[in-house]
Design a protein around this ligand. Structure first.
Ligand SMILES: Nc1ncnc2c1ncn2[C@@H]1O[C@H](COP(=O)(O)OP(=O)(O)OP(=O)(O)O)[C@@H](O)[C@H]1O
Length: 535
């Protein structure tokens, strides 16, 4: 029996007014109840394809079919009514509404939510196997919890196809499992998923089929069982490096392999091995660059004290809601309610972001859309933005040439796929925008670099480049604090790890003396021997 695909794209092309061709003759077939993976490097065209499917972009050429019928979705509402729910990388929830109100925002019905909604919400939570307070305000939730709200929202619309763009980017291992369980459970009940992720292990374990996009073209499509990580990495990256001059130079520079000319792309294993190079230990007599004393905040930071020496990369490992990001914000002065002392190079820093920047601190936030970039500015202007406070203190204006040079260097070092430094950041793919946020601080003369999920949304090649730049920044005499829900990534880049739970530092380990398992155990409230911590 031949089953009609739920969704198919045939020969779909998409060009943007600035001349970028994001998709060329792309095809995709998603069967009912299947989990279909979509992978590709930053800028390969994944989000563009998703937006075509969601009715947010009209394709320039080609055909979209839904249950065998040709469709032209004029807007996202049309795709939604047909049965397509899309969860984008940056979840557009209403921050001042509650979880419950957000979940039923797209559903028909009265604005004031009747009691029935609570019952439906409880049923949804049961289906999903997740607990969240329906009356919590979304503005107060961590980014991962917001992702779960978005998933619940998609399910509440009764979608037949759920498109997920990097749904696990900020989630720790246990929390990812919740998302996987939801996907597995619902696909067994007949819901189809299009799952976009840079985490290839997730794609391999979760999906039935996989489509690989490279430079706007589908280069491979097949049963996931026929792939392993190496083969996927090769498919994603090999020609992308040869095809994109800027990206290629940048990636080579980032990995220090430029002398060897164009070599075949590394395999997945090679890349991970590269990431796991143990960080050189920092001498005990290295001067303390950042000192934090008795930091407390009602936002969930409890009596946090630590030092970071020159050359050190200190990882902060914790689960969602553990206070890991809140600690960074408090140190940076972005949390006005925080109390405690922060010293850079032995000098007290007033608790405002402006004073922090003046003292040489930089924060790359997790929610880069809200806090990281100015959409109406081109790349070069975003990259020189951190120097603007210096302007107001009557120092010389940075010349446009110097700013352009800095932007070009960032584009090369980080492999930012873009037409050039004048491109607007709104025209960049998600991962490339993240690299701009990173470049904004990396070249700004900061001495203390604080990174919240630095590689979220970044492809497998650029991830290794970013981690290498973090190490180099520290080796050059800087101090780094890095928060990541990927403990493996923390171990790859950090010299020392602080484990946080309920706002407190509950353990400290040299990176070479611990493991992902131990960190997970500690973050979950057990000591290394598997015993629960005393309260
Ligand atoms: N509105 C736009 N105007 C011009 N170019 C755009 C626009 N949106 C995306 N692009 C370009 O289209 C190409 C594909 O981008 P897309 O966002 O689809 O990539 P992606 O595979 O989703 O990447 P990522 O993994 O970084 O999210 C990129 O070169 C990007 O710069």
């Amino acid at each position: 029996m031949v089953t009609t695909p739920l969704l198919s794209l045939e020969g779909v092309g998409k060009s943007f007014p600035n001349g970028t061709v994001a998709l060329r003759g792309a095809r995709l077939t998603v069967m009912p109840g299947s989990v279909h993976g979509l992978v590709g490097a930053n800028g390969a065209g994944k989000s563009t394809m998703i937006k075509v499917i969601a009715g947010a972009h009209a394709p320039t050429t080609g055909t979209v079919r839904w249950k065998g019928e040709r469709v032209v979705w004029r807007d996202p509402g049309a795709a939604r009514s047909a049965g397509v729910a899309t969860i984008m990388q940056h979840v557009p929830l209403a921050p001042t509404l509650t979880v419950l109100e957000n979940v039923f925002l797209g559903s028909r019905g009265p604005w004031r939510l009747p009691r029935r909604r609570r019952g439906e919400f409880a049923d949804l939570l049961d289906r999903v196997g997740y607990r969240i307070d329906p009356d919590a305000e979304v503005a107060d939730l961590a980014i991962g919890e917001r992702q779960m709200v978005a998933i619940l929202q998609a399910l509440a619309t009764g979608a037949e196809l759920v498109v997920m763009d990097e749904p696990t980017a900020s989630l720790a291992e246990g929390e990812r499992q919740v998302v996987f369980d939801v996907v597995r459970r619902l696909s067994a009940q007949g819901t189809a998923f299009l799952y976009v992720s840079h985490f290839l292990d997730e794609v391999l374990s979760l999906t039935d089929r996989v489509t690989v996009l490279r430079d706007g073209t589908v280069v491979e499509e097949g049963e996931t069982a026929g792939y392993d990580e190496d083969r996927l990495v090769q498919a994603i990256l090999s020609e992308a490096y040869a095809a994109s001059g800027v990206g290629r130079e940048g990636r080579r520079a980032g990995r220090g392999a430029s002398e060897e000319g164009e070599r075949p792309r590394s395999t997945g294993r090679d890349l991970l091995a590269g990431e796991r190079v143990p960080a050189a230990p920092v001498a005990a007599e290295a001067p303390v660059l950042l000192s934090v004393r008795g930091l407390n905040s009602p936002a969930g930071v409890r009596d946090v004290s630590f030092d970071v020496r020159e050359g050190e990369v200190v990882g902060i490992a914790g689960l969602l809601g553990s206070g890991r990001s809140e600690i960074l914000h408090a140190v940076y002065g972005a949390d006005p309610r925080a109390r405690g002392e922060v010293l850079v190079g032995g000098r007290h820093v007033r608790r405002t972001p402006r004073a922090a920047v003046a003292a040489g601190m930089a924060l790359v936030p997790e929610d880069r859309n809200a806090q990281g970039l100015v959409g109406a500015f081109p790349i070069w202007k975003n990259i020189s933005l951190p120097d603007l406070p210096a302007l107001s203190s009557a120092r010389a204006l940075p010349s446009e040439r110097a700013e352009g040079d800095r932007a070009r260097r960032a584009i090369a070092d980080l492999g930012i796929v873009c037409p050039g430094p004048d491109a607007m950041v709104t025209e960049l793919s998600g991962g490339n925008a993240q690299k701009v946020v990173f470049g904004k601080w990396l070249y700004g003369g900061a001495r203390v670099f604080m990174l919240d999920e630095p590689t979220a949304g970044v492809d497998v090649g650029a991830k290794a480049d970013i981690l290498e730049l973090v190490r180099r920044f520290a080796q050059g005499g800087g101090a780094v604090l890095v928060v990541s829900s990927e403990f493996e990534e923390i171990l790859a880049v950090a010299t020392r790890v602080l484990v946080v739970r309920e706002g407190r530092v509950v353990a400290e380990r040299p990176a070479h003396e611990t493991s992902e398992e131990e960190l997970l155990m500690l973050a979950n409230g057990f000591d290394a021997g598997g015993e629960p911590h005393a309260a």
